[in-house]
Design a protein around this ligand. Structure first.
Ligand SMILES: CC(C)(COP(=O)(O)OP(=O)(O)OC[C@H]1O[C@@H](n2cnc3c(N)ncnc32)[C@H](O)[C@@H]1OP(=O)(O)O)[C@@H](O)C(=O)NCCC(=O)NCCS
Length: 163
């Protein structure tokens, strides 16, 4: 499988990001923002947007929140692929983790996933995230509070995976 490229997103990538969030079936698994909300987050220091490309085609995006935060904890706020289940997601996530651990002094990267989203969980496990437990009612989503499985990877674990 050829390497994917991971680059910082720009405003010109927003239409694809908006379209990806709105793919059929994604409404129950991933959050979505309107264009203005993305525009603000893209421009602030707290969020860092990445897109994955295969050749010249955009195949997915990820948003990291708390980039380079003083407490050295960053969150993978959102990740979505245009064509899921083809092995791209785990590789994208691994590259995003590399970017976080190399470009910042983060010691922990975490995310929340709906427990029934097994496809995402498997991709996260493959990228080195470890399930830690259920955060009850932590995601206000579609008008209700849903449980999330917290998964995380520490810098030492990321380093160990590189040897
Ligand atoms: C989550 C997501 C980014 C993962 O990327 P991906 O490219 O699909 O992930 P990969 O193909 O690398 O890995 C998927 C894994 O799930 C498995 N899988 C695929 N479809 C599955 C399904 N319907 N049920 C359970 N497992 C499934 C694959 O076999 C693979 O695991 P394995 O290699 O251990 O067998 C992508 O699926 C996606 O965009 N999903 C919709 C949005 C979403 O759920 N975002 C995350 C919100 S927390």
């Amino acid at each position: 499988m050829a390497d994917i490229q991971v680059v910082r997103a720009t405003e010109s990538d927003l239409p694809v990001i908006l379209r990806t969030e709105r793919l059929d079936g994604y409404d129950t698994v991933v959050g979505r923002w309107d264009e203005e909300r993305h525009r603000v987050a893209l421009a602030d220091e707290k969020h860092r947007y990445f897109i994955a490309k295969d050749a010249d085609e955009i195949i997915g995006f990820a948003i990291v929140r708390d980039w380079s935060s003083p407490d050295r904890v960053s969150l993978v706020k959102r990740i979505a692929m245009l064509k899921p289940g083809q092995g791209y997601g785990r590789r994208f996530l691994q590259s995003v983790l590399d970017r976080i651990f190399i470009e910042t002094d983060a010691h922990r990267v975490w995310l929340g996933v709906f427990p029934e989203n097994m496809r995402a969980r498997r991709a996260y496990m493959a990228a080195g995230f470890i399930p830690e437990g259920i955060a009850r009612g932590s995601a206000y989503f579609g008008g209700i509070y849903r449980d999330e499985l917290v998964m995380a990877i520490l810098r030492t674990e990321w380093e160990a995976g590189k040897t």
